[in-house]
Structures are given as C-alpha cells and as structure tokens.
Design a protein around this ligand. Structure first.
Ligand code: NBP
Length: 479
C-alpha cells in the first residue's frame, strides 16, 4: 500500500480534489471511478500527480495505507449509498470514509450511524467553491467522529483555501453537522445572489443606467464594506457583451433561474426547526416564480403603477440601494446563523459559529470581508442569540435603515419586485417590535380551537369560553 488518501468519483469535483491532494507535499493519492475511462484520462493527463489508479474497489482498497482514508465525490443520493456500501465491503473497521458530495444532512446522520455500527469512521463533509475551489483550495465543512479528525485534519488543512493565514476548514461537529452547515451556506448564497439581483434591477429601472455602467457601480462597491466574491462576479457578468448580438449578455440570458435543491433544503429544514429564514425563502421562491413562464405570460397584463419610475438624484439613489443591500445582507446571514444554532440544538451538535464564519472567508462562493465581522461578533459573545444585534451590525443597520425603508417603499410604489429586500426589512421590524399582532392570532386560535393563551400579567394558561358566557377559565397548556 502506497497511498495515504484516496478519491472515489473522478468527475469534475473529484478529479480536481484529487489533483489538489496530489499537489501537497507528502500525499500519494489513490483514485477510483466506476467507468474506467475517467480514471485513465485523469492519470494520463496528470502524470505529475503520481496517481495510483484502481480498477476495482479491491484494488483501490489494497493501494491505501491504514487507516484507509477515502473521499467520495459522486452524485448525492443513491450513488453515494452504493459507493459507501462498496467501500465498507473492501475496507476494515477503523478506516475513514468521507462523503464530500452535496448530501442531505439527514442522509449523513443515517449513514454515519450505520457505518459506526460496523466500526467505520464516517465523515460527511461539505465542500464549497465549485471546481476551482476543489482544485486550488475549497472551504471544507467536515462532520463526523472526533477520531477521524486525527488522520483527516492535517490532510484537509493542507488542501483547504487559506484566509489570513488560516486554513478554511474546521471540524464542524458530529454526524450530519458538516453537511448541515454546507446546506445553510448554500441557502445564504441564494439570499445574497437574490439581494444583489434586486439591487441591480432597482438601479437599472430607476436610473436607466446600462449594465456596463452598473458593472462599474458594483466594482466600486467591491472596494467597500460589500467586498465579496459575489459582488465581484456580478460586475463581470454585467460587463459581458454577447458576441452574437452585441447586446449586454444579461439581456440575452433567459430570465429563469434554476436551482439544484440545497436552497430548498435550507428552507424546508428551517420550517421544521421553526426558524424564520425569510430572506433565504424569498430567494428560493423568486427562482421558482421566474421559472413559470406560463404563469408569467398570463399575468403580464395585470395592472401596475400609473406613473413611470425614475429617480431624480441618481447618485443618492444608488447609495441608498447600497445601504439597503448591506442591511438586507446582514439579515440574511443572521437568519442563516440562527438556523445553524437551532440545528445544533436539535441534533446535539456543538458548533462554533465563529469558526464557521471564518472558514467561509475564502474558497467558497459567499466569501467576503464581512465574515470577519461575524467572527468578531461571536468571539465577543459566543452565545449571541441574534447575530444582527452585535454592535458592528447595529451600527450598520443604524446607518442604513432609513435608506433601506425608502428603497423598499420606492420599489413597492414603482411596482418593482424586491422580495428579499422587503422581507428582510419586515423580519428586522418584527424582531425589534415591542408587541406583535401574534397576540391577536393567539386569540383567534383560542376562539376556534380552544388552543389557549398565556397572559402578560400573570402565570398560567387560559381559555375564554367563546361560545358560552365569554368568561375566562384556567386551562391545560395545549400550545
Ligand atoms: P456528479 O455529481 O456529476 O457525479 C458524477 C460522478 O458520480 C461520476 O464519477 C460517476 O461515475 C459517479 N457515479 C454515479 Br453518477 N453513480 C455511481 C455509482 N452508482 N457508483 C459509483 N459512482 C457513481 O459529479 P460532480 O459534479 O463532480 O460532483 C460530485 C459531488 O460533489 C456531488 O455530490 C455534487 O453535488 C458535489 N458538489 C459539486 C459542486 C460543483 O460545483 N459541481 C460543488 C460542491 C459539491 P461514472 O463516471 O462512472 O458515471
């Protein structure tokens, strides 16, 4: 046995991760793919990597030193289960099986339990950064048993992206914790992208600026507090001209956004946990709405505002949109971290939220300066219940909230959809409200379903005899 690490699944992600591993001092990488052509072409095209190819699971296992460590990079779902079964057939107890695919965290919990019962160390690992990240340094979110971290930690630290001298990898927690955190990362990514898209739309429709001019605005924003990969690539996309028509590329791309499902998982999970990730949900729904051309076609003639929309002071409006974007972004991240907190509580993971924000600073799609501020917030107060109440964010919201309100009001008056901007603002106002109309909802629930209510002025659970004489009685708690 000559290899210290193996990769199963040599499509774009697996082959790039294998090359990344092979480029690090001290690693010899065994590779296996179901169809042998991918194995052969990877080995032939990258002789410098010194890959050890396996053409059967037995051969692959035999080439690995103990404890054997293999990273699976295949399609999530049944393919991953099939590969895990094969590896457990040819590996031995104590060996480490890492699933680096985009698996649903509940699948990871199930797989980890089954593998543990047979003596294997199973690690569900979120990998972010796409193919470039896999090759040059991804952000890595491994879960799994502490024991696996001894062998795996140094290897993963050597291939991860580096932010301010620190590798973008940390042992997130047990079983499904890594895939859970990766899922929420993707949810935040959806929200961030939608917010940027709304900012672009408002500026374009409000000021008549061209995509190239708006690209300059985003490039400028990328030099300030919004500095991030997504803002940077937005400028690149907006500046791109279509070779065939000479038009801005953004004007010839069909306006229907696709999704692979991790955003929807984030929202489904949040619903189960009772966590209001409204910005992420709106971002997922905005993609869904865009992808129903038949509904959009029949709705096209519905009435909108009477007056055409244009802003008088263009520079002031652009700055207000920037402030609204930043405030909404704070809400999106606050909601995402709230979901991670709730997930950790539900599934009994001990997750260091500050460490999570730090490993997102490089390698992944949502990498941004801003994540340092989140790390600072959790360093100052590890149990902070609401991220956006940290002093730095309160300052930003204080600076931005008036502009944010004006932008949302302007968008509504102009008939420009801004679901993520406006739902983030509603969330913010909901959180800071002294009293919420939830009191009335509880009254309604008590009226039709005797669901009972608590009182502000004394302990206990109460019910009003709505269909009787409407006196109040003490009741069993049936919340
Ligand atoms: P794909 O998700 O397209 O999967 C293709 C690989 O799965 C091939 O190696 C294929 O082998 C293998 N495979 C399948 Br399909 N069924 C198999 C089975 N029953 N047994 C063994 N192997 C099987 O590859 P990818 O785009 O490289 O992504 C890999 C994983 O990484 C996925 O889970 C993905 O969600 C995740 N991920 C992707 C990105 C990204 O940016 N693309 C980012 C982060 C994470 P074959 O060659 O024999 O068909």
């Amino acid at each position: 046995a000559v290899a210290n690490i193996g990769v199963v699944g040599l499509a774009v992600m697996g082959s790039n991760l294998a090359r990344n591993l092979a480029s690090r001092e001290g690693n010899t990488v065994a590779v296996y793919n179901r169809s042998h052509e991918k194995t052969d072409s990877l080995v032939a095209e990258h002789r410098e990597a010194g890959f050890v190819p396996g053409y059967s699971y037995e051969e692959f296992a035999a080439s690995l030193q103990k404890p054997r460590t293999a990273i699976i990079m295949v399609k999530a779902g049944a393919a991953t289960d099939a590969v895990i079964d094969e590896l457990m057939r040819v590996f031995e107890p104590g060996d480490i099986i890492v699933d680096g695919g985009n698996s649903l965290f509940t699948d990871t919990i199930r797989r980890e339990k089954a593998a543990r019962e047979r003596g294997f160390n199973f690690v569900g690992m979120g990998v972010s950064g796409g193919e470039e990240g896999a090759l040059h340094g991804p952000s890595l979110m491994p879960g799994g048993p502490d024991e696996s971290w001894v062998t795996l930690g140094p290897i993963l630290r050597s291939i991860a992206a580096v932010a301010e001298g620190e590798p973008c990898v940390t042992h997130i927690g047990h079983d499904g914790a890594g895939h859970f955190v990766k899922m929420v990362h993707n949810g935040i990514e959806y929200a961030d992208m939608q917010l940027i898209a709304e900012a672009y739309d408002l500026i374009r429709r409000g000021t008549g600026k061209t995509p190239a001019e708006i690209a300059d605005i985003f490039a400028e924003w990328n030099r300030g507090e919004l500095e991030s990969y997504l803002i940077e690539i937005t400028a690149e996309v907006l500046r791109q001209v279509d070779a065939a028509t000479g038009k801005p590329l953004v004007d010839v791309i069909l306006d229907q956004a696709g999704a692979k499902g991790t955003g929807a998982w984030t929202v489904q999970t949040a619903l189960d946990l009772g966590v209001p990730v409204s910005g992420i949900a709106e971002a997922v729904f905005a993609r869904s709405l865009s992808s129903h051309p038949e509904q959009r076609a029949v709705s096209h003639g519905l009435p909108g505002p009477e007056e055409a929309f244009s802003v008088d002071d263009v520079d002031a409006f652009v700055e207000e949109v920037r402030l609204a974007l930043y405030a909404s972004k704070i809400v999106a991240y606050s909601q995402g971290f709230d979901e991670i907190r709730a997930g950790a509580a539900r599934y009994d993971w001990s997750i260091d939220l500050g460490a999570v924000s730090k490993i997102w600073r490089a390698g992944c799609i949502i990498r941004a300066q801003f994540l340092n501020r989140i790390a600072d917030a959790y360093a100052a107060e590890p149990d902070l219940p609401v991220l956006l109440t940290a002093p730095y964010f309160v300052d930003a919201l204080t600076r931005g909230q008036t502009a944010w309100r004006r932008v949302v009001a302007t968008a509504a008056a102009a008939g420009i959809p801004s679901p993520a901007f406006s739902s983030s603002l509603a969330y913010y106002d909901g959180l800071r409200a002294d009293r919420l109309p939830a009191a009335l909802v509880q009254g309604q629930r008590d009226f039709f379903g005797a669901h009972t209510y608590k009182r502000v002025d004394r302990e206990g659970t109460f019910h009003t005899l709505w269909s009787g004489d409407r006196t109040e009685v003490e009741a069993e708690d049936t919340h």
